[in-house]
Structure formats: structure tokens, C-alpha cells
Design a protein around this ligand. Structure first.
Ligand SMILES: C[S@@+](CC[C@H](N)C(=O)[O-])C[C@H]1O[C@@H](n2cnc3c(N)ncnc32)[C@H](O)[C@@H]1O
Length: 279
């Protein structure tokens, strides 16, 4: 377990301590998402943004729930296609249905590498994975594919001579256009062998309806771009986009018994998902 810093000024839970490298006075994407999921690994600044987002989003609690659920369905689908090694870019803080839990339930030998640039993810991830030799977590900026793909711990688990499942779940919308997210996906695609899969979820532009949510994300959190279906489909250039294409999260290969809102709810339309296969 990493060292723990002095207590920080966190008005609503003054005894909470931030790990080294974590600033409890500046919100982080990972912690706001954790707060939205009802987790405990967040601070007052994060909860303030989560509260604002909830106010703007009727049924907002369902947004991260749908996203975690579709992540699980995506992983299970890739496992059913023979994938047994995953790189989860922008993995987030441990929560329900973690990628390695879903994958290793289906195939106990499945390998999972979590990548995130938030130091809290490393601290909590390591604690969760203390006894799991098939899973590791590394701290890296996924905008630097060379750094990620040459990481020694990642290389120890992932065999690039065999197909890989690459997850970019609720992460590309934290890149603005100047960061060229489509080029980033293309660089990862280049590095993985034929038969690999790329699973992406992303905020879907709902015009006026999502503009205010985007404004809060961009001004208070610093990132959160809503893109059109066409723009998100563009991330799959060079891949075979599998059925049903890029669709709202609840519509992406629902499991038997899943309740799919009909008509689609506002919360169901916030994020969409798609799975591509490298030919
Ligand atoms: C909204 S969370 C998504 C977590 C998880 N993938 C999911 O969908 O449930 C986005 C995650 O991406 C991470 N992230 C954002 N930008 C990143 C970057 N440039 N490099 C690595 N991780 C990043 C954040 O720290 C956060 O944990």
C-alpha cells in the first residue's frame, strides 16, 4: 500500500486522507465518476460536480450504471470470440463489475491490464489486486501509446502476437478535438494484431438537451465532450464495426431479461457504445 499524506481540507469528510499525488481540492474525472456510482473514493469537490450533473440529468444515476453494464457485456462478448487478454484504458477506480472480474468469471486465465493516470486508481487497484497474478494496474497517460504499450508490467501480461481486447470506455470524451482522439485510436489499432477488438463508449451529443451537461463538465471538471453518432463511428475507421453498430448503451446487445427503456430515456441516451474488430 502506498504512503498516505497528511489530512487534506475536505469539508464534508474532514478525516479523509488523500494518497500522495492526489489533490483533494481539485476534482478528478475518476473520483467524480466514482461519486456518480455511489462509491466512497471521492472528495467534496468531486461530489459537488456529481450533484450538479445529477440535477441536470433526469434519472442520472442510471448513466454510470448503464455504462458499467455495457462494459461487462462488451467484455463477455469479446471473451465469447476467444479474446483472453484485455487492456483497459482509463479504467477508473475499482467499482462493481470490474473488467477482470467479468473476464475471469468467464475464463479464469484471462489477463487484464488496467491503465489510468489518476494516482488513486493505482492505490485502490493494487489493494484490490493484491492476490491476482493475471491482472495488473499501471499509471500512464493513454494519450502516449508508446509509454503505455512499452510498459514492462503490461508487457509481462499481454502477448502482442495474439489478439487483444482494447477498452476505451467513457474515456475518449475526456479528450478535446485538439488531442485528436481518432488518431489516438488509430495508433493503438496499429499496435494490436489482426483479430483484436476495440470497445468504445462515448457521450452522445443530444443537442440542446446535453449542452448544459457539457458546459458543466468542461468548465468545472475540465473535460467532457459530447460527440455525434457519426463522430463516434469515425473512431472505428479501419475496423469492422460489429452489430448493432454504435447505439445508446442500453441498446448494445442487451442480455435476455434486461429492461431496455422504450422509448429511450434521457439517461439512456447520454452514452453510446460500439465494438470494432481489426480485420
Ligand atoms: C469516466 S471514467 C471511466 C472509467 C471506466 N472506464 C468506466 O467506464 O467505467 C474515465 C477514466 O479515464 C481516466 N483518464 C482520463 N484521461 C486519461 C488519460 N489521459 N490517461 C489515462 N487515464 C485517463 C480517468 O482518470 C478516469 O479514471
Amino acid at each position: 500500500m502506498d504512503h498516505v499524506a497528511e489530512p487534506v481540507d475536505d469539508a464534508q469528510s474532514p478525516k479523509r486522507k488523500a494518497p500522495v499525488g492526489v489533490d483533494a481540492n481539485v476534482p478528478s474525472v475518476a473520483r467524480v465518476y466514482d461519486a456518480l456510482l455511489g462509491g466512497k473514493d471521492n472528495f467534496a469537490v468531486d461530489r459537488a460536480i456529481a450533484d450538479q450533473l445529477m440535477k441536470l440529468t433526469p434519472g442520472g444515476a442510471n448513466v454510470p450504471i448503464y455504462n458499467r453494464a455495457v462494459l461487462g457485456r462488451g467484455v463477455r462478448h469479446m471473451i465469447s470470440q476467444g479474446i483472453d487478454q484485455f487492456i483497459d484504458l482509463g479504467a477508473g477506480l475499482p467499482t462493481v463489475q470490474n473488467t477482470h472480474e467479468v473476464a475471469q468469471r468467464e475464463n479464469p486465465e484471462a489477463k487484464v491490464v488496467y491503465v489510468d493516470n489518476d494516482p488513486m486508481v493505482l492505490v485502490h487497484g493494487r489493494a484490490l489486486l493484491a492476490e491476482n497474478g493475471n491482472t495488473t494496474v499501471i499509471t500512464a497517460d493513454f494519450c502516449d501509446p508508446d509509454e503505455v504499450l512499452n510498459n514492462r508490467d503490461l508487457r509481462a501480461l499481454i502477448d502482442f502476437d495474439r489478439p487483444v481486447g482494447l477498452l476505451m470506455v467513457a474515456v475518449l470524451h475526456h479528450l478535446d478535438d485538439a488531442q485528436r482522439p481518432a488518431e489516438l485510436v488509430a495508433r493503438y489499432l496499429e499496435a494490436i494484431p489482426s483479430g483484436s477488438f476495440v470497445f468504445i463508449t462515448h457521450f452522445i451529443d443530444g443537442g440542446e438537451e446535453t449542452a448544459e451537461i457539457e458546459r458543466v463538465l468542461l468548465t468545472d471538471l475540465g473535460s467532457g465532450r459530447f460527440r455525434s453518432f457519426d463522430e463516434v463511428r469515425g473512431f472505428f475507421d479501419g475496423m469492422e464495426l460489429l452489430e448493432p453498430g454504435v447505439v445508446y448503451n442500453p441498446l448494445w446487445r442487451p442480455d435476455p431479461g434486461d429492461v431496455v427503456p422504450e422509448p429511450m430515456s434521457f439517461a439512456g441516451k447520454i452514452i453510446g457504445a460500439g465494438l470494432g474488430r481489426k480485420p
